[in-house]
Ligand binder design. Structure first.
Ligand SMILES: CC(=O)SCCNC(=O)CCNC(=O)[C@H](O)C(C)(C)COP(=O)(O)OP(=O)(O)OC[C@H]1O[C@@H](n2cnc3c(N)ncnc32)[C@H](O)[C@@H]1OP(=O)(O)O
Ligand SMILES: O=CC(=O)O
Length: 252
């Protein structure tokens, strides 16, 4: 008798369920699969398809500018934005939720540090996918899991060596997330055969999974908040403005 005929273990899913045109090269993990859902990946792929030509153009422009500076040219202001520099204008008011940012703490999206930073007494915690974090697949995907748990308020960490459990205090710092800069590719996620843009992966996955929680818990004007790094031209800032507007409806 072949025991295999009778014994049918439940089928274990070992690959991500991806939308058309998306390929994941990173290790499969059941926790990561809760972040890398088909809908979330579709959202990231839509952002990538919408913005990839702008990003390529901006990166080529940076290379050209660097070449000119290396040859002795000096950086200057973009003549097309002269009317802004010379115009009369005031900034929109800072949203009340983040009006007081006198003390901020920053650090990588590592589980214990997220809890410690949110509990630290600082007004803001900037959770960093950029240069506080080595952008390995494990760090990036665990970081997304950790942030989702933090936004849900369920994050905890058991330090077995010290027999200490970490949980969020009632009062926590406001959470800002810093996605990677425009220049860093994410080679574990291919979209239409090309590496995804790192910041679109960091922003897209975090935004997709947490936007509704922010809105339900805190209403309009309360996040999610982002710290956008390493822009070298107003074009990069405009890109983010359009991108966030498209992702959430009205720009915030
Ligand atoms: C834009 C920017 O500023 S990018 C730079 C942002 N800052 C960082 O990335 C620093 C992050 N921290 C670290 O890399 C390390 O903690 C170091 C190198 C500073 C010190 O390392 P170690 O001496 O091994 O200390 P360790 O990592 O255990 O930290 C000591 C405690 O401080 C906490 N801690 C350290 N840095 C941070 C931080 N940035 N945010 C929150 N908690 C922190 C740790 O969680 C740990 O807590 P515990 O006492 O509950 O265990
Ligand atoms: O990367 C450092 C910063 O201050 O930005």
């Amino acid at each position: 008798m072949d025991i295999g005929t009778y014994y049918q273990p439940s089928r274990k899913i070992t690959a991500y369920d991806v939308p058309e045109g998306v390929d994941i090269r990173g290790r499969f993990d059941e926790e990561f699969a809760k972040i890398l859902t088909k809908d979330a990946l579709q959202f990231v792929a839509d952002l990538q398809r919408e913005f990839r030509n702008h990003i390529k153009y901006a990166m080529e422009y940076r290379k050209e500018a660097k070449k000119r500076y290396n040859e002795g040219a000096l950086p200057g202001f973009d003549p097309t934005t002269r009317y802004i520099r010379e115009g009369e204008w005031t900034c929109a008011p800072v949203p009340p939720a983040v009006a007081d940012r006198k003390v901020e703490i920053t650090g990588p999206v590592e589980r214990k540090m997220i809890i410690n930073a949110l509990n630290s007494g600082a007004k803001v915690f900037m959770a960093d996918f950029e240069d506080a974090l080595s952008p390995s697949w494990e760090n990036l995907m665990r970081g997304q899991v950790n942030l989702k748990d933090a936004v849900d308020g369920t994050i905890s960490f058991h330090d077995k060596a010290r027999s200490r459990v970490y949980k969020l205090n009632n009062q926590t710092a406001k959470l800002f997330v810093r996605p990677r800069g425009w220049h860093l590719p994410e080679s574990h996620i291919l979209i239409d055969g090309e590496p995804a843009t790192g910041c679109l992966v960091d922003f897209g996955l975090y935004f997709f999974h947490n936007f509704a929680t922010f809105r339900q818990a805190q209403g309009q004007g309360f996040g999610p908040f982002f710290y956008l790094p390493k822009m070298e031209h107003s074009r990069g800032r405009r890109r983010w403005r359009v991108l966030k507007g498209e992702a959430s409806g009205p720009p915030f």
